[in-house]
Design a protein around this ligand. Structure first.
Ligand SMILES: Cc1ncc(COP(=O)(O)O)c(C=O)c1O
Length: 386
């Protein structure tokens, strides 16, 4: 059955929002940079938060706000995966979870593998936890960007103690294959290293791309890994702090339990309420329609680029609303987003922030209306012949 794509809110209404996306640039700039989406909230979230506001229900988060059970049921429905609720703890956001877990599994000065081009805060999270970034770039494979499994093995053989994965991968939108994940798990096991898998974009994996949660990739993966995830990307809840840290076995569950109580207290009450509403079955239809809208936009972007920016190179993401575009062929320098902002009045995320591999690239946020996306690419296209 064809799902009706969710309609993004009109620009006039979006400009009343007070979040980063709408308050960083003047109103003549189309903001397609930070990872916020332009859709109306899922009705279950609006209802839950409205009820809380009416009640003045704005205190501390209770011991078990229901996030774990809601996520377990969601993971079962969406990924065919059954993590155990007693092996999950919550915290404020995904990067907080990554930092706290890294602190538990590495010693100061240990090397941690990251796989550029990758979400820029990873480069801060590793040193914040006392580690040193070891870069093992993604490699170009037949299906686009792929994890360099041999490179990761070599880094582990050379002493790296942890791997910070991004699955699905920001900015390329790659859904890493089960086989590669299982091989990384084997290598981590062989060298006594730990895998931390950031799965924040997983709820937005397109049907048919076969998203595999790292902990479900193999029995070994369940032993060597942690996953950190949240409803905040798919359901646009970044301002409401709630993320889940998930262990795949009892030993790692003990690591989670050993985290200071303060880590869990950072879970925001509104974040927890919104996460429960997001992961509830009643929000599945909203998620499917958001995904249908983004699916149309990822195809539309290919069409728009081929018509207006023919030198651009783009592979559609397998998941999420971020699109990685190589503009290196246009001769606009290492950071084409500078000229695009100045002359086209379109704000994109800078490629080089994702690592050296991002030179010449930009990241589009396609979680917007087709009209906004069209206007953005047309404006950029006008620079091509200028
Ligand atoms: C891969 C990835 N991890 C983490 C985050 C941020 O999540 P949080 O705000 O929960 O730290 C983002 C935001 O875009 C992201 O793309």
């Amino acid at each position: 059955m064809r799902v009706t794509p969710l309609k993004a809110l009109p620009l006039e209404q979006l400009r009343e929002r007070s979040s980063t996306k709408w308050r960083t640039y003047p109103a003549d700039v189309l903001p397609l940079f930070v990872a916020e989406t332009d859709f109306p909230l899922a009705p279950a979230i609006t209802d839950r938060l409205a009820r809380a506001v009416t009640l003045g229900d704005t205190g501390y988060t209770p011991p078990d706000p229901g996030v774990r059970d809601a996520y377990v049921a969601f993971a079962g429905r969406r990924f065919g995966w059954a993590p155990r609720p007693d092996r999950i703890r919550t915290t404020g956001d995904v990067i907080m979870g990554v930092v706290e877990l890294l602190r538990r599994v590495i010693e100061p000065g240990d090397r941690v593998v990251v796989t550029p081009p990758v979400y820029p805060p990873f480069y801060d999270a590793v040193p914040e936890a006392g580690g040193v970034v070891e870069r093992v770039p993604l490699s170009a494979g037949p299906s686009g960007h792929e994890l360099d499994v041999a490179g990761i093995e070599a880094a582990l053989a050379g002493g790296a103690r942890a791997i910070l994965l991004c699955n699905p991968h920001n900015p390329t939108g790659t859904v890493h294959g089960r086989e590669a994940l299982a091989k990384i798990a084997e290598a981590a096991d062989r060298f006594g290293a730990t895998v931390i898998s950031d799965e924040i974009h997983a709820p937005l994996a397109y049907p048919g791309t076969g998203f595999t949660p790292f902990l479900a990739a193999s029995p070994t993966a369940a032993r060597v890994g942690f996953a950190v995830t949240s409803a905040s990307k798919a359901f646009n809840l970044a301002g409401l702090k709630c993320a889940l840290m998930i262990a795949g076995d009892d030993q790692h569950a003990r690591v989670l339990r050993s985290l200071p109580a303060e880590v869990e207290w950072r879970t925001g009450l509104f974040g927890a309420m919104a996460a429960v509403a997001s992961f509830a079955p009643e929000s599945d239809a909203w998620l499917d329609s958001a995904l249908a809208a983004i699916d149309e936009n990822r195809r539309l972007l290919a069409d728009l680029l081929s018509r207006h920016v023919p030198g651009a190179r783009y592979r559609m993401p397998d998941a999420g609303f971020l699109a990685w575009v190589d503009l290196g062929g246009l001769g606009w320098g290492d950071n084409p987003s500078t000229r695009i902002l100045r002359e086209a009045r379109v704000a994109l995320h800078y490629g080089p922030a994702f690592g050296d591999e991002g030179r010449g690239h930009v990241r589009f946020n396609i979680g917007c209306s087709p009209e906004v996306l069209t206007e953005a690419v047309e404006r950029i296209g006008a620079l091509v012949d200028a």
